[in-house]
Every structure is written in structure tokens, then in C-alpha cells.
Design a protein around this ligand. Structure first.
Ligand SMILES: [Zn+2]
Length: 373
């Protein structure tokens, strides 16, 4: 059972499933967001191998968004097309027109900048060949002729939980991957409210205990593991990096390109004077630092072609870029900081002992394989 953003700190503080899942490990997250953590979990591979990191990357030649050069939505009165709901509807339309089967969202990406970017999750990463040429969980289950159920991430969480309970009760499967993502949204808004978290966590504990009961009643050997992708870090400050870069008066798409994610900013330099000017700004940030080559290698994001940015500025835990290309305002909680920070840690909880304790979220894959092969 995957629970998005169920971090180790929360597990500890709330004694989450302490009785029912006694085998418990803090697990280092994959540097980045769920957009890279989930492909890592589903394949056991690093981002340099599965090529999924942050959603948007500079590629003006292959950009599927060239039409935005002519739509000029940013000039429409009242900025109606910049409202979140309108952007969400527009994302659905684009998804349909281009036949994207993956998770697609425009977020707060400026329309006029979209033609410079491509998007890494155009296909459904959970489906067969979803991470091709890298094999994903679905491919391995098919190869081993397993009867399985992988929840549909498009479906509501309550539906996915009920569907998995039913499959376990009816013994129609040998392996299940139950996907839930609502806890992430909840924690983004409520990370500072311990009472609300305790109440919400109880609901998950109840579902887990029910599932465990049904599993033990129907199978001789039933393993239930709860896995997560990262934790949640409370907000403690904001940084308007976009304004600092805009002030330089450089031209986007001619001098540089950049994506301002909520906890990092990624840059591509299109000439050397622009590089010098931007680097001066990046090197003098009190609450952020540029990733070193060693860090990029360690996190598995040392892409040869700098696909996701030549330089990556990472903010200190708790500081958010606001406004950024993901949203206008900072949220009470965010993830995507240094994997070494305590609030970043994910967790692995199980009713059964494991052969090798997972240290990094990509290690879940091998633990799943042990139950498949
Ligand atoms: Zn999140």
C-alpha cells in the first residue's frame, strides 16, 4: 500500500500502525518530487535510467506546446486563464488532444514559456511498458504470469481501497499495489496541525487493519507493506527567485530558460553573459545552494545532456519559491528538499520481517520482486 507523503517523522510522532506493522524502517527519498519518486519505486532505477525527474524540461524542438506561441492566452483580459480551475480544465483538454495517458497538469507554468518545454510523464507510468525501455512493476508481474491488481491512480482513493479489499477477500490476486495519494494533499495544508494529522492518520490505520484482517483470514501467507515516497517539511520562509532573475532583464528563450519548482529552480544557459549574470544571483542566495556534481551523481540525476537543467538551485528545508511555476502561493508544507533532512524521510512498514531493510525508496522494488518471482 503506497501512501503518498507518509514520512518517517509522522510515523514516529503518531506511532502509526505500531502494533499491526511492527517491522519499520526510515527510507531515504529519491531527490525530487513524486514525479521521480514513483517511477523509481515502480522500477528500482534511478532518474538517469528511467528519465523521469521534474515534469517540465527544456526542449524547444520537441515541445508539444508550440501552439501556445499562437494562443496568447496570457493577454486575455482579467487573467481568467490563469485561475487554477481554468488551468486544470485546460490541462484536461491538452491531455485529450495530445493523447497523454500519464498525469498531466499545467500548474502555474507561464503560457508564453510553455513552447520551450517538454513534459516527462506523457504516458501512464503504471501501465505495461509505461517506463520503457526500463521495465516497471506491471511488466515484471506480466512476465511472471502473476494474478495482480495495480490500482488506477485516476480513481478516487476510497474506490481503490475498497477494490483492493474486495480482491483480497475474493482471493482473485497474488499481488496487489494499492495506490493512495490524498494524504499528500492533506499534509500540504495541515502539516502544522498535529491534532488534524492524528485524526486523519487514524482513518488510514483503520483501512490498513481491515485489509490486514481480510488478508490473514483468506491467505496462508499474507504480507502487507506500507510504503511512501517522501515526508513533508513545514513552511518557514519564502524566496521570490523569479523576481530576482526577471530584474536582470534577460530574454527567456534567447538568453536562458528556467523552471521554478517549489523547492528548487533549474536553469539552462543560452549564452555566456547570461550564464554569468544568473550564476551571480544563484551563488549569493542565503537560503539556497547549487547542487554539486557529486550530489547530482549521488541522487542519480547526473543526466549527460543536462536534460533537467544545467544548474539546479536547491532551497533550504522549509523555504519555498513563491510565486513559482507550480503555484502562486507557498503552502503550509512542502517536500522536495535535501533527502538527508529528517522531514524528507519516507517509510517502509510491514507485518513481516524483510530480507534486506530498504535504505532508499528504489529498494522497495526488489522487496516487491521477492513476492513476485
Ligand atoms: Zn505533494
Amino acid at each position: 500500500m503506497f501512501i503518498d507523503a507518509l514520512g518517517w517523522e509522522i510515523i514516529k510522532k503518531h506511532d502509526f500502525c505500531a502494533q499491526s506493522l511492527p517491522f519499520r524502517y526510515p527510507v531515504k527519498m529519491q531527490f525530487g518530487y513524486s514525479s521521480t519518486a514513483i517511477p523509481t519505486i515502480l522500477s528500482g532505477k534511478k532518474p538517469v535510467e528511467h528519465k523521469h525527474f521534474s515534469f517540465y524540461y527544456y526542449d524547444p524542438v520537441k515541445s508539444p506546446f508550440k501552439i501556445f506561441k499562437y494562443l496568447l492566452l496570457q493577454y486575455l483580459p482579467g487573467k481568467i486563464f490563469n485561475r487554477w480551475r481554468v488551468r486544470h480544465i485546460l490541462s484536461k483538454i491538452i491531455k485529450k488532444i495530445y493523447g497523454f495517458t500519464g498525469y498531466f497538469e499545467l500548474y502555474n507554468m507561464p503560457y508564453e514559456r510553455l513552447p520551450f518545454f517538454d513534459y516527462c510523464e506523457k504516458t501512464d507510468i503504471f501501465a505495461e511498458n509505461g517506463l520503457a525501455p526500463v521495465k516497471n512493476l506491471c511488466d515484471v508481474l506480466n512476465e511472471n504470469n502473476k494474478k495482480y491488481l495495480i490500482s488506477d491512480w485516476r480513481k478516487p482513493q476510497a474506490f481503490n481501497i475498497e477494490q483492493m479489499k474486495r480482491a483480497v477477500k475474493e482471493k482473485t490476486i497474488e499481488f496487489g499495489f494499492l495506490y493512495t495519494a490524498d494524504f499528500d494533499g492533506f499534509l500540504h495544508d495541515n502539516i502544522k496541525d498535529a491534532g488534524a494529522i492524528a485524526k486523519e492518520a487514524k482513518k488510514y490505520e483503520q483501512s490498513i487493519e481491515e485489509l490486514l484482517q481480510i488478508g490473514n483470514d483468506n491467505y496462508e501467507d499474507f504480507t502487507l507493506a506500507v510504503i511512501s515516497d517522501h515526508g513533508m517539511t513545514p513552511l518557514r520562509g519564502t524566496l521570490d527567485l523569479k523576481a530576482q532573475i526577471d530584474k536582470l532583464g534577460l530574454k527567456f528563450g534567447e538568453d536562458y530558460a528556467a523552471v521554478f519548482d517549489s523547492t528548487m529552480a533549474r536553469f539552462w544557459f543560452l549564452n555566456s553573459p547570461a550564464r554569468e549574470q544568473i550564476m551571480r544571483v544563484l551563488n549569493t542566495q542565503p537560503n539556497a545552494k547549487l547542487l554539486t556534481q557529486e550530489e547530482k551523481e549521488e541522487y542519480g540525476i547526473d543526466f549527460e545532456d543536462n536534460m533537467f537543467g544545467e544548474e539546479i538551485l536547491l532551497l533550504e528545508p522549509g523555504v519555498q519559491t513563491a510565486p513559482c511555476d507550480m503555484g502562486l502561493c507557498a503552502l503550509p508544507g512542502m517536500h522536495g528538499y535535501s533527502p538527508e533532512d529528517k522531514d524528507s524521510y519516507a517509510c517502509y512498514l510491514s507485518n513481516k520481517a524483510v530480507s534486506t531493510p530498504p535504505e532508499w525508496v528504489g529498494d522497495y522494488f526488489n522487496l516487491m520482486l521477492e513476492h513476485i518471482k
